[in-house]
Design a protein around this ligand. Structure first.
Ligand SMILES: Nc1ncnc2c1ncn2[C@@H]1O[C@H](COP(=O)(O)OP(=O)(O)OP(=O)(O)O)[C@@H](O)[C@H]1O
Length: 244
C-alpha cells in the first residue's frame, strides 16, 4: 500500500513482485524485481544499457508472454504504450490513427479533442508522412490518451527527437499527465529528462531496483540545487561523473 498526500492508503496501480526474466541460461535480465506505482504517479526508469528496462516495460504491457511464472504482475485494465517511433499506420489519416479501434458515436469528437490537446488541431486529415517526427509523437500521445489509460508506458518516446523538440515534448507530456492523471512508467536514457518529468526516479541495475528517489516539485527546475544533487547522485549510481 502506498500512502497518498492525505495520509490515506491507496492500492497501487502497478504491483510487480519477484519478477524474473531470462533469455538464455547464462543469467537473468530481471532478477526478482519488485515495484509499486501509485495511481497518477509518474515514474521514470533509468539504468545502463541492457539492464532490463525495456524488458520490464514489455512485460507490463503484456507484450512478453514468456515472463517466468513465479513472479507477479498486476496492472490496471487499461494500459497504453508509446514507443520511440510513433507506430502510426501509414495508410490511415491522423484522426483515423488516433481513434483506430475506439468505440462509440463520439469517437471522432474525442479524437479531435485529443489532437487539439497535443497541438495538432487542423491536422486531422494529414497522412503520417506529412508530419514531422515531433508531430508524429504528438499524434502517438493523442492516440494513447484518448483511451484514458490508467497506466501509460513509454519507452524512450523522445529518443529520436532533437533537443529543442524534446523540451517542448516534456512540457506537453507533463501537462497531459496532469490533466489525465494516468500512472506513468517512462523509460529513458536521459537523467535530466527523468528528473524534469517524474515524481520518482528508479534506477535499475542487474535486473533489480538499485535506487528509488522521489523528486520534489522544486527539484524539477534545472537551476535548482536539488536538481544538481539528484543528477549527480543518479549519474554516480550509473557509473559516470557529472562532468563526463
Ligand atoms: N527477445 C529477446 N531475446 C533475447 N535477448 C533479449 C531479448 N530482449 C532483450 N534481450 C536481452 O536482454 C537484455 C536487456 O534488454 P533490454 O532491452 O531490456 O535492456 P534496456 O535496459 O532496455 O537497454 P537499452 O537501454 O540499451 O535499451 C539485453 O542483454 C538484451 O540483449
Amino acid at each position: 500500500m502506498a500512502a497518498d498526500a492525505g495520509g490515506l492508503t491507496t492500492e497501487p496501480a502497478v504491483r510487480v513482485r519477484n519478477l524474473h526474466r531470462s533469455f538464455n541460461k547464462d543469467g537473468g535480465v530481471l532478477n526478482g524485481l519488485d515495484l509499486d506505482i501509485a495511481p497518477g504517479e509518474f515514474v521514470a526508469l533509468i539504468g545502463r544499457s541492457g539492464t532490463g528496462k525495456s524488458t520490464l516495460l514489455r512485460a507490463l504491457a503484456g507484450l512478453d508472454r514468456d515472463v517466468d511464472g513465479y513472479g507477479r504482475i498486476e496492472v490496471p485494465p487499461s494500459v497504453s504504450v508509446v514507443f520511440q517511433d510513433s507506430r502510426l499506420l501509414p495508410w490511415k489519416r491522423i484522426l483515423d490513427n488516433v481513434v483506430f479501434g475506439l468505440r462509440g458515436a463520439d469517437a471522432g469528437d474525442r479524437g479531435r479533442q485529443a489532437l487539439a490537446e497535443v497541438g495538432l488541431a487542423g491536422r486531422e486529415r494529414a497522412w503520417p508522412y506529412q508530419l514531422s517526427g515531433g508531430e508524429q509523437q504528438r499524434a502517438a500521445l493523442a492516440r494513447s490518451l484518448v483511451r484514458e489509460p490508467q497506466l501509460l508506458l513509454a519507452d524512450e518516446p523522445f529518443g529520436a527527437l532533437d533537443a529543442l523538440t524534446r523540451i517542448r515534448m516534456h512540457a506537453l507530456l507533463r501537462k497531459l499527465c496532469e490533466t489525465h492523471r494516468p500512472a506513468v512508467l517512462l523509460v529513458t536514457h536521459d537523467v535530466d529528462e527523468a528528473i524534469v518529468l517524474a515524481d520518482r526516479v528508479i534506477l535499475l541495475d542487474a535486473g533489480v531496483v538499485d535506487t528509488d528517489v522521489r523528486v520534489e516539485l522544486a527539484n524539477r527546475n534545472r537551476s535548482d540545487a536539488g536538481f544538481a544533487r539528484l543528477r549527480s547522485l543518479l549519474l554516480d549510481r550509473l557509473g559516470v561523473t557529472a562532468d563526463e
